[in-house]
Write a protein that binds this ligand. Structure first.
Ligand SMILES: [Zn+2]
Length: 494
């Protein structure tokens, strides 16, 4: 990217943004990584989810949570990582009030997985564009620390240890990301994959997905000094913080100054990065193997068993839908966003094999209903079985009800759980297809609206719309509007 104008000079040096990410993801296990405490700590009273093991009391022994290992392995398999036959847990030692043990159990020298990649899908004006491969360096298991709560009113800091020992995976990328936008896109896609896998809910507001980013600007291909921004917990924060830091570095270089290696936090209110006290270097942590935990062995049988459990991944699903259903990129993107929605679509299409119709109804009507409920975990199948959804579409196609009635029936089915057929019967919503009946009602309208009728007969075509509206009202919306218009026109010309 060329430099802008600075003072009387114009720089023409070529810089390139180089970004790497470290992502922490909370695994969706019932219990913590090394004890039986519930990992569902969010919103619980402080210090109510703790035991001697996660508090590091003398003599307490950790026992590894098998489910956490399985979830880490599923993520590793989906991301194409290499899984070594054994890995190990190390103690990372540092002092901080949210870490009662005085060390964090992590994986340093022998992580559970190495390598792998994510093919970043770059969007071009709402259509699928090319992909860019972002390589992964490693993926490892570790436990989370507690939380400090600063109370500005009293000036005190309180400690909540409920999060101590909650299982995380840390995913480290190679510096293959070329812009703040790509970094945000990477996180979005990673989050989607992890949610498809059921590895994590990745609820960023709850801190279940957080990210540290490092960034440097290389000049004419020569690597620059990198800085780090800690604890970014939304896509917006990632993109904005990286953009601000790239600008700060660029301004330094333009002035002929050096970028100093440094750690920052992001202040979203002020829109700038702020220096943080630098933590210890790796050698200061004095990593050593945790003597309480045996090496973790992952044999071929276990690997194969988990591989067989991998669901169809988002990009695979999108490619298949394009092939099998021929839907537009936009529809595919919207409907594959969440696995539950995507699978719901597939079930409805199996019952009513017109994918584009199903897509239209789902994107407008179903997503609207789900949106109104403001569900974070949309499970349409619970309230509106795919069978009911398909039944509404079939009734519209058969002409039993018209489109608008179909929307109402869908909504009532969703709210009450009654079958669409039952609702149509109970409320007498079936369309009036009997032309004699429509003609009788049209004559009523003509008798009741002499002014509009005179208006129409004097050549004002627009009045017909009003009269059709009157007729539709008499049928309580149960007529096919086109048929109603034709019948009315016939009666008016007599
Ligand atoms: Zn515990």
């Amino acid at each position: 990217m060329p430099f802008g104008k600075v003072g009387p000079y114009t720089f023409s040096m070529q810089t390139e943004t180089v970004i790497g990410l470290e992502i922490h993801v909370q695994l969706a296990t019932r219990t913590k990584l090394f004890c039986g405490c519930s990992a569902d700590y969010f919103g619980a009273p402080p210090n109510s989810h703790c035991c001697p093991v996660c508090l590091g009391m003398p003599g307490a022994l950790p026992v590894l949570n098998e489910r956490a290992v399985e979830l880490a392995l599923l993520a590793a398999l989906a991301l194409g990582c290499e899984i070594p036959p054994y890995s190990r847990f190390d103690r990372k030692q540092y002092f901080y009030p949210d870490l009662p043990k005085g060390y964090q159990i992590s994986q340093y020298e022998a992580p559970i997985a190495r390598g792998g990649h994510l093919d970043l899908e770059l969007e071009r004006e709402g259509k699928d564009g090319p992909t860019k491969r972002v390589r992964l360096r490693r993926l490892h298991l570790e436990e989370d620390a507690g939380k400090l709560l600063h109370d500005p009113a009293t000036g005190r800091t309180l400690v909540d240890l409920n999060r101590c020992g909650v299982p995380l995976i840390e995913i480290v990328t190679e510096p293959d990301i070329g812009s703040p936008e790509e970094a945000a896109q990477f996180l979005k896609q990673l989050r989607q994959i992890l949610r498809y896998l059921g590895v994590s809910n990745c609820d960023m507001e709850k801190g279940e997905l957080r990210c540290d980013a490092n960034i440097s600007l290389s000049i004419s291909g020569k690597p620059g000094t990198k800085t780090e921004i800690k604890n970014l917990n939304s896509f917006k924060a990632v993109e904005e913080a990286l953009r601000a830091e790239a600008e700060r570095q660029r301004a330094l270089l333009e002035r002929g100054e050096r970028v100093v290696q440094q750690t920052f936090g992001w202040n979203p209110d002020k829109g700038r990065v702020e220096p943080q006290r630098t933590k210890e270097e790796a050698e200061d942590y004095r990593y050593f193997p945790d003597p309480d935990l045996v090496p973790l062995v992952v044999d071929e049988g276990w690997r194969q068993k988990l591989k067989a459990q991998l669901p169809e991944l988002p990009h695979e699903k999108r490619a298949r839908w394009k092939r099998e259903y021929g839907l537009p990129d936009y529809d595919i993107r919207v409907l594959t966003e969440e696995r539950t929605i995507a699978e719901y679509f597939e079930k409805v299409v199996a019952l009513y094999p017109k994918p584009k119709d199903v897509s239209n109804w789902m994107m407008t009507e179903l997503l609207r209903l789900l949106g109104e409920e403001a569900q974070t975990e949309p499970e349409p199948g619970l309230r509106l079985p795919p069978e009911h959804f398909a039944e509404v579409l079939k009734m519209v196609e058969a002409g039993t009800i018209n489109r608008n009635t179909g929307k109402d029936v869908l909504e009532e089915t969703y709210r009450t759980g009654k079958s669409p057929r039952q609702i149509v019967e109970e409320r007498g919503l079936a369309q009036i297809t009997d032309e004699a009946e429509l003609a009788r009602l049209a004559d009523e309208v003509i008798a009741e609206q002499p002014e509009a009728v005179a208006n129409f007969r004097s050549g004002n075509e627009k009045t017909l719309g009003f009269l059709v509206g009157q007729l539709m009202a008499k049928t309580r919306g149960r007529a096919d509007p086109k048929l109603a218009a034709r019948v009315l026109r016939e009666r008016l010309s007599q």
